[in-house]
Design a protein around this ligand. Sequence first.
Ligand SMILES: Cc1ncc(COP(=O)(O)O)c(C=O)c1O
Length: 404
Amino acid sequence: MSIMHSSSTNDPLLTWRSEFPILSDCTYLISNSLGAMPKSVYDSLKAYADTWATRGVRAWGDLWWELNGKVGDKIAPLMGAPQGSVLIHQNASIANSILLSGLDFELPQRNKVVVCDMDFPSDVYVLRQWLPEYYQVEMIRSHDGITIDTDELLDAIDEHTRLVSLSHVLFRSAYIMPVESIVEKAHRVGAQVLLNGYHSVGVIPVDVTALDVDFYIGGTLKWLCGGPGGVFMYVRPDLLPTITPKVTGWFAHQQPFAFDIEHFILREDAYRLMNGTPGIASLYAIQPGIDIINQVGVKAIREKSIRQTALLIELAEQYGYEIVSPRSPQQRAGTVTVNPPHAYEVSRELLARNIVIDYRAKAGIRIAPHFYNSDAEIHLVIKTIAEILQDNSWQQHTQRTFVT
Ligand SMILES: Cc1ncc(COP(=O)(O)O)c(C=O)c1O
């Protein structure tokens, strides 16, 4: 099906479409899962291969040894972090492990962490593994499958709380958590705050410095169009000396090339939380997306996102579909979750019709436009859901797929 993308609003951001090959092949509305690949990734990965091929081991001295921090510096302005405070890891589960392995949990009177049942499960899996046995995980439960009650959450953060670990934006509903109040309460009672920024950086304004967040971990593969293998970790610089990671390695050593087997002296900067040799290919692959997001600007991205997510909600409501995302634009990030009848089967038929979305249990079909999507695509996805329900083609999809 061919659709016209020249939106009636004369959207200047649509000029970016030609940078993303997949947009000419399908209706790509899933940037909250995997952002579209910029075509310049071909050049970037070729540069990696050329460097390896021609410079060989000398590439470490030329560029590769400090490349991690250089890429972190490109992400830093998108999250209000100072230069030198952001480093890249392979995934959030590893980054969480590194950080948690270095926090002192054995503090007087502290025996609790606060999480919520809308967090990304892997965050909680990892957290539980690192806590001393006597710790309690207090899980605040959503009443509506969209939000977390702020008063309940803030009440749970008390003098016994060591850490509050939450998503900045909830992955099922795109609800933006009230981070200012969370950090204020946590700090007032002497607790620290770790936020998951996978669904925030690149699509909503984030300022970790103004928010005074302690730790912030998010990924490049969604809204930063960076592909898998790139997760960024920010630690408030003044907290670095208090962290002694057990998950570590020679890249965290002040003098790795001394190869002094007796003494392990941790660096004082963000590299203190490094470990072994980073996946350099990913550091090349993730840069074009980050560069583009910096050029487009989060302000313009957010303005368009608010408009298109509002349009999605308006259209879905015309058909009476349940909306599992906040109505208020101040509380809603980049995704709209729609839960029509037979949502799982409908999602499979959308994929069969080349409209790329995903499905999440206990939520519905997640539709996530980014700055490169047209309004025509927004209309198309909702119209197609209605057609699929009307013509009963959803009924062909009786088998559950492993990846949804
Ligand atoms: C909120 C959130 N956190 C984390 C992840 C992934 O975690 P990891 O980087 O450990 O694979 C995802 C999804 O892919 C996510 O949506």
